[in-house]
Design a protein around this ligand. Structure first.
Ligand code: S3P
Length: 446
């Protein structure tokens, strides 16, 4: 375990590029493994989570290697062409890797065991097994339906129409990826829009995904693909991860006299809820040089220190900023007045119970906060919160980084007990923040 301490920062200034998008990196590797020919990936996030997907696609028979210029090359096996791995697939801390790859294997005639770390081994998997059983896959699990899970994929998959019971891009993607090797039309109905990287990337690899808005149901979509297409290897440029950019972005909004630019950040509208919310709070964020890279919108974000005020955010926006609540709670603690965040039930089943981790962490740092089953209220003081706490990171990278940002903006330093999982999404976090003016350092134990 590496403990880190974050002390009040100097004004944050300069430009930085955050690492590649985690969601898009997983998908590029998986579709590359299912495509025919070479897929070249520039800007792949080389983090622990994504390297778990690299190892898994190799164990399933694809080739994946990093070239000298840093780009990755994947040589796929074609849809339906994956091979049975010899060992257990270890997904580490990554729910996305586990759920998406379980979807892929479900419609291959293979038996595969998936395992994960302590955090992933208590996260719900029934949510993907339910539709995949309907398609014909069989599962053996521990009680409670958690990892380790052994799946036997079906040789004769059945296409389904599946309505998501929770707004989850991972469930949607698991079903669509299973639908790839299923004859006929597989449809996912999502009542609330969730990130659409799988649909966009399928288009980029040459497979049409038909998206229909559901009449009379605002935001609801019906997403259909016709199975057994030939996916063709593609060139993918992975944008910077907006969920990683969120940490320096909020830090620069709060640390006095800051101005930073984050270059090449993915600004997919289904991921940008944090920017909308922070602007409603009074944040000055400009979105410059908008461009399209490999089917995804990308831009440079410039942020200057801004006085923020409390707001209410309804659950309708939650899927578009689901990973950003820990850092938004830090912004709310500094803002003037009360912030109320609704529709947060899914936070309880992330890398940790994030609602509980936020409440305990902010309380320890002297901030008034209250939570119900699915809502959070933070009483902001309109300036630096007290800080001076030691926070348990609970194998949760975003809890670790959010509280390190709290230490940058609080009156007294904030420590986290274990920084190791930061590498699952944001390798080099402390160096990047320190390069902008923060003071994050290793903390001696004891
Ligand atoms: C992800 C979807 C989200 C998000 C996760 C990555 C993805 O999870 O929290 O970090 O890549 O599809 P859910 O789809 O379960 O909400």
């Amino acid at each position: 375990m590496t403990a880190l301490i974050s002390r009040p920062a100097r004004p944050l200034t300069g430009a930085a590029a955050v690492p590649g998008d985690k969601s898009i990196s997983h998908r590029a590797l998986i579709l590359g493994a299912l495509a025919v020919g070479e897929t070249r990936i520039a800007g792949l996030l080389a983090s622990a989570d994504v390297l778990a997907t690299v190892a898994a696609v190799k164990a399933l028979g694809a080739q994946a290697e990093q070239g000298e210029n840093g780009d990755w090359r994947v040589y796929g096996r074609g849809v339906g062409g994956l091979a049975e791995p010899q060992g257990v697939l270890d997904m580490g801390n990554s729910g996305t890797a586990a759920r998406l790859l379980i979807g892929v294997v479900a419609t291959h005639p293979l038996t595969v065991t998936f395992a994960g770390d302590k955090s992933l081994s208590v996260r719900p998997m029934e949510r993907v097994m339910t539709p995949l059983r309907q398609m014909g896959a069989q599962f053996t699990t521990r009680s409670g339906g958690c990892l380790p899970i052994t799946i036997t994929g079906t040789p004769s998959p059945v296409p389904i129409v599946y309505e998501l019971p929770v707004a989850s891009a991972q469930i949607k993607s698991a079903v669509l990826l299973a639908g790839l090797n299923t004859p006929g039309r597989t449809t996912v109905i999502e009542p609330q829009p969730t990130r659409d990287h799988t649909e966009r990337m399928l288009g980029h690899f040459g497979t049409e995904v038909v998206i229909m808005v559901k009449p009379g149901a605002p935001g609801a979509k019906e997403i259909t693909l016709t199975g057994q297409p030939e996916l063709t290897g593609a060139e993918v440029r992975v944008p910077g991860d907006i969920s990683s950019a969120a940490f320096p972005l909020v830090a620069a909004l709060l640390v006095p006299d800051s101005k930073i630019t984050l270059t090449g950040v993915g600004v997919n509208p289904l991921r940008s809820g944090l920017i909308e919310t922070l602007r409603e709070m009074g944040a000055a964020i400009s979105i410059d040089n908008p461009r399209n890279e490999g089917g995804e919108p990308v831009a440079d974000l410039t942020v200057v220190t801004s006085g923020l005020k409390g707001v209410t955010v309804s659950g309708a926006r939650a899927p578009r900023m689901i990973d950003e609540y820990p850092i938004l709670a830090v912004a709310a603690a500094y803002a003037q007045g009360v912030t109320r965040l609704e529709g947060l039930a899914e936070l309880r089943v992330k890398e940790s119970d994030r609602l509980d981790a936020i409440v305990r962490g902010l309380t320890a740092a002297g901030i008034e906060v209250e939570a119900s089953d699915d809502a959070l209220t933070v009483k902001g003081g309109g300036g630096p919160p007290p800080g001076g706490a030691r926070i348990e990171a609970r194998l949760d990278h975003r809890i670790a980084m959010a509280f390190l940002v709290l230490g940058m903006v609080a009156e007294a330093p904030v420590e986290i007990d274990d920084a190791t999982t930061i590498d699952t999404s944001f390798p080099g976090f402390a160096d990047l923040m320190n390069g902008l003016g923060a003071a994050v350092a290793a903390q001696k134990e004891g």
